[in-house]
Design a protein around this ligand. Structure first.
Ligand code: AMP
Ligand code: ZN
Length: 116
């Protein structure tokens, strides 16, 4: 049906280290963590990127962020965290299924992006 890696993770067809799931979203540890806390939150529905959402997706977009703050606090980043949504070629998106990176830990995440 669909060859998308994150759709397969959401469906449980590919193993991941899931930390949360509900009817709209699934969250799991990033396989190559860049910080002590590095969790991905994705919609169950296949949405290729933030450039592909419509107004009908607003409930799931809201859920992605409300779950992100809960998961950050519960997984070792209670003093703050950073959410990143890489989008398309310019945004450096590698997996074409919308995902929110939650990055954190006990030390500051660091500069937002390198200065050009
Ligand atoms: P992006 O560059 O924003 O598309 O990020 C994709 C992220 O997915 C990267 O941080 C990868 O480490 C992560 N990733 C790729 N494959 C898997 C997987 N099977 N399980 C968990 N995370 C993955
Ligand atoms: Zn997908």
């Amino acid at each position: 049906m669909n060859d998308c890696l994150f759709c397969k993770i959401a469906a449980g067809d590919i193993l991941s280290s899931k930390v949360y799931e509900d009817e709209l979203v699934v969250a799991f540890h990033d396989i190559h963590p860049l910080r002590p806390v590095h969790i991905l939150v994705i919609p169950r529905k296949h949405i290729a990127s933030l450039a592909h959402v419509s107004a009908a997706d607003e409930p799931v977009l809201g859920r992605l962020l409300s779950v992100a703050q809960k998961l950050a606090a519960e997984n070792g980043s209670a003093d703050g965290f950073r959410c990143i949504v890489n989008t398309g070629r310019i945004g450096g998106q590698e997996v074409p299924h919308l995902h929110v990176h939650i990055l954190g830990g006990t030390k500051p995440v660091g500069p937002m992006v390198e200065r050009n």
